[in-house]
Design a protein. Sequence first.
Length: 305
Amino acid sequence: MEIDLNKLATEGRNPETIQIDRVPTLEMMKMLNNEDKKVAFAVEKELERIAKAVDVITEKLEEGGRLIYIGAGTSGRLGVLDASECPPTFGVVRTMVQGVIAGGDIAIRNSVEGAEDDMEGAVQQLKEIELSSKDVLVGIAASGRTPYVLGALQYSNKMGAVTISVSCSPDSEIAKVANIAITPVVGPEAVTGSTRLKAGTAQKMVLNMLSTGAMIRLGKVYENYMVDVQALNEKLVERSKRIVMQVTGVSSVEASTVLETTGYDVKLAIFLIKTGLDIETGRRILSEHKGRLKKALESLQELAY
């Protein structure tokens, strides 16, 4: 099928950067920066739909479902990136947030020709991870017409999963089939058609908001601290200790002692310090409140009155 690129917002020619190959390097950087400044405003216009998506994702994750990103090329890599960062940041299991990319894992580092046109390939990959009605599928495509993503969304609708589209072209094909359509329209790229630029930045911002917002709603953040962070390296061990110290006011030595007792469970360490409870009781009360530290603390305050 012939594609009319003239109809795609992401393929338009940008009048502000026609001379980009002739100007001094600093002027070139200013052109790129000026275009990037437009991205946050485009995302801002989609906040209502992003918030709606966050609430739906939270609900499904609480019910045992998964958040699954799917895309081709840059869009697919952005989904894989966001998914891979959720376990260390928020302490969730690896399968809770997943990234699926056209062409499979090899496409994360390499271009796989024709993969973005493979609608059946998308369906097969979703079958392999056993997509179900409990899940949320986020289809990512800057142009909004990538066959691979379109096929994934159509299959997900058939399976009863919640579908969300993230594209940068108004009235796109994927927006028409998704339950929630998020469409930050960033305009023509500085380099015509290079959607790894503004469109890629807009998509990354949206994915950040979707996963971070859902994790905050799930209690993975206390105030603005990542209290479910996994202490997987030296830096994260120090971050864990610092969070405990800042939230509770204890010394570095005391923070380290309690963290060692809890197996570097930051949330549990904070709860024990703030309440004086033993580890078994603290763990039980946190579990009763689904890991939401603020609610667990509030429940004890209510009992005190």
